[in-house]
Design a binder for this molecule. Sequence first.
Ligand code: GLU
Ligand code: MG
Length: 437
Amino acid sequence: MIKTPLVFVATSDFAGKIRGKSFPLADLEKRSAKGVGWTPTNVQITCFDKIAETPFGSLGDLLLVPDAETLVDIDYGDGSPADRFVLGDIRELDGAPWSCCTRSILKQALKRLEDLGGVRLVAAFEHEFQLDAGSPAFGEAYTHSGFQQKRELAESLMAALGQAGMETDTFMNEYGPDQYEVTIDPTDGLRAADHAAVLREVTRSVARRCGERATFTPIRDPENVGNGVHIHMSFVDAQGIPATYDPAGPAGMSSVTGAFLAGVLKYLDSIVAFTAPSDVSYLRLTPHRWSAAYNNLGLRDREASLRICPTSAQDEAGIARQYNFEFRAGDAAASPYLALAAIVHAGAQGLQENLAAPPVTQEDLSLLSAEALKARGYTRLPEALPEALARFEHNDIARAWFPEGFAEVYLAHKRGELAYLDAMPPEERCAVYARVY
Ligand code: GLU
Ligand code: MG
């Protein structure tokens, strides 16, 4: 058959979906200058293919402009169609970033961090997902035989991620049924979010090629563990020198790290609407699922929202290079750009407010009474999406981090998503989210 190679230009939108349009690959240079036409109301397409209330109606025109540096072109070497797409920014016709472009919002957040803290963010997204080939794995958590059953998929995935420009790290079968995890190396903040967006698409694609279906849904079974997206972060200064660690700081935190983490914890209840933005995200954010339920910083504790990760180096310079912290209250219903932008803004706010480094916990906070939690400055994270949305809506400081008009559109989108679920019981909600993510 005759073919014109096409490239798909994509935006990661409020639903955390990768949406866009395709054009001939030969036009990439031309399109990188002029973009393709895009419609404002597209941002209100929820993950359930319904259009939420939109302030734009049928009006307006935007441009989705490819960033050619993000081009993914994976040849699977078996004659099957390539995975070929490029990420883009949504701009007004005059070239200004659009107020609801998630990638532009992240760029603005990273710039704010640089201006306030003199540091650049380095990040890596760690993803859990589940496979469904119709015969659930049983008794295979972390086993070699469980891994061996998926070796072909794992090896193709690692090769595909490599072709997409990522430095691959590990692949493992996790402890939930049919649950897997893939990790990649850290890179600068914007590229890390690009990589997260690409990794999800490529994982789904590789799974399909292996006759499986991958879902990144936050939780597939209300009675079991969820699929987290853990975001590892560290800082480098303007010269590229690690700036996260200070042996004299509390738990090794540099002053920038301490203030940043204090900001994230202070504003966490107002930003989970971006990091854990689905209805079922809140089934996952409950104690004893190794996710996150309180606004605490844990030292090597997998139930803390923020965790200082272990280092293995024996010398100070090596520790400084390895030292990083992890945000655990996130999932893949979120656009990686919006999730990271919200975290970075909250951290930058901590720098702006000159907050002191938070104390480090190594205990089960769910055992504390409400009074004891309050006395120590901890809060239970919102227990449902409507509450998370309301926390953002009523936090004027957090709203002001985003472009004018953004908050209203985002809130209407998410409320439209919730309206679709109406009176569905939790199992059914999990089932519909497992289909769309
Ligand atoms: N599955 C857990 C989550 O939902 C994380 C388990 C782990 O620490 O790897 O975040
Ligand atoms: Mg894991």
